[in-house]
Write a protein that binds this ligand. Structure first.
Ligand SMILES: [Zn+2]
Length: 142
């Protein structure tokens, strides 16, 4: 048995991005190496980076993705948005996920529920629903 340890090649299938405020969250799970800030991986493994944030947001119950196909569809939309805007940072990715029409669909439902609750308020007189003139900040950047 050889004592020579083979150098890990950090295959793309072993490399993942973990949320990091300085965009330096690339790691290899094959050898536990911290790969740090890697714009080349941001580009080449953008699908993995985006899907990681979709999973994180879903797992933390911030957004709800009903199935894998929906997640892949949203990821595809977000990747296109990132490449069009030439933005690969986690803030842009998270904002693009939250502003994807498939994710915002839930927002319309909750707005109706909010207005229904305000009109049928159990602990007091009905309140006027809040104004509906919500503008999405992403609309202004594209
Ligand atoms: Zn490695």
């Amino acid at each position: 048995m050889s004592n020579v340890k083979r150098a890990c090649k950090h295959d793309d299938s072993d490399v993942f991005f973990y949320p990091a405020i300085n965009e330096d969250g690339w790691k290899c799970i094959g050898c536990d190496a911290k790969l740090g800030f890697r714009p080349d991986l941001d580009d080449r493994l953008l699908d993995s980076k985006v899907m990681g944030f979709i999973h994180d947001l879903h797992d933390r119950k911030i957004i709800y993705i009903s199935n894998g196909t929906d997640g892949e569809f949203i990821a595809h939309n977000v990747e296109i948005r990132c490449r069009k805007a030439d933005r690969y940072d986690q803030r842009f990715i998270v904002a693009a996920i939250c502003n994807d029409p498939n994710v915002l669909g839930d927002g319309g439902y909750w707005r109706k529920e909010r207005n229904r609750w305000l009109m049928e308020r159990p602990d007091g007189p009905p309140l006027e629903p809040l104004p509906l003139d919500v503008r999405l900040f992403m609309d202004k950047t594209e």
